[in-house]
Design a protein around this ligand. Structure first.
Ligand SMILES: Cc1cc2nc3c(=O)[nH]c(=O)nc-3n(C[C@H](O)[C@H](O)[C@H](O)COP(=O)(O)O)c2cc1C
Length: 211
């Protein structure tokens, strides 16, 4: 029988959504294989175009590769900073935009643009829906992680071609995200960028219009 989700669960779900954070400050204690497997299993429940499940997760286990990725992100973050408007450069430089050196788990997520599952259903007219499907898998993993007290940080300030080369993945795999996962140093209900005065969350009503 399908479960009924009552008001208590709805309240807890609202709390989970409010407390899901992008985390850059991690404790270093390892997660354990069982926990990582639980998160990846949860991600597999995400919706996908044609049920193609085009997400491919690459766990970065090599310390050398991890350091290469972190160093590359540092360079790209500095480069993006140089292109910021002058009045925002100092604030930008004060932001921490990845926790790849500290997080116990780093996962690169790719979209397999040649995924055979689903036989291409739905992707012929909008091939980008494969990428959307991978983003949904990441969000599912993100919520599953937070429900277990873990934080996840999405790192995108990288050159996808460089990361793809470093990780030597198949030719049809397109980088969607680098994820850092671990226990957050200090959980917080407010986004870090809001706390640091960079960008607050907007009122949802301002994002809705009618025609
Ligand atoms: C597609 C995407 C890319 C992101 N890239 C980065 C990134 O490179 N570095 C970073 O620190 N945060 C990154 N973030 C996290 C956002 O900054 C964060 O989601 C936003 O500030 C709202 O905060 P919250 O997720 O804690 O609610 C990214 C988020 C998304 C969805």
């Amino acid at each position: 029988m399908a479960p009924q989700f009552g008001p208590d669960f709805q309240h807890e779900l609202a709390e989970l959504l409010a407390w899901r954070r992008d985390v850059r400050h991690f404790r270093r204690d390892p997660l354990g294989e069982e926990l990582v497997a639980e998160l990846l299993e949860a991600a597999q429940l995400a919706p996908s175009v044609g049920n193609s499940q085009p997400w491919r997760f690459v766990r970065v286990r090599s310390p050398d590769l991890r350091e290469k990725l972190a160093g590359h992100a540092d360079s790209e973050i500095a480069r993006a900073g140089a292109a910021m408007p002058a009045d925002r450069r100092a604030a930008y430089a004060a932001l921490k935009l990845h926790g790849m050196r500290e997080a116990p788990e780093v996962i690169a997520v790719f979209c397999d643009d040649a995924a055979s599952a689903g036989s291409g259903l739905g992707a012929a007219t909008m091939p980008e829906t494969r990428g959307f499907s991978v983003v949904l898998a990441i969000h599912t993993l993100w919520l599953a992680a937070r429900a277990r007290g873990l934080g996840l940080g999405w790192v995108s300030v990288v050159d996808p071609a460089h990361v793809t080369r470093l990780l030597e993945v198949p030719r049809n795999w397109r980088l969607i995200a680098l994820l850092c996962i671990g226990h957050p140093e200090e959980p917080d209900v407010r986004p870090e960028l809001e706390r640091k005065g960079w960008q607050a969350r907007l009122d949802w009503r301002a994002q809705v219009s009618e025609r």
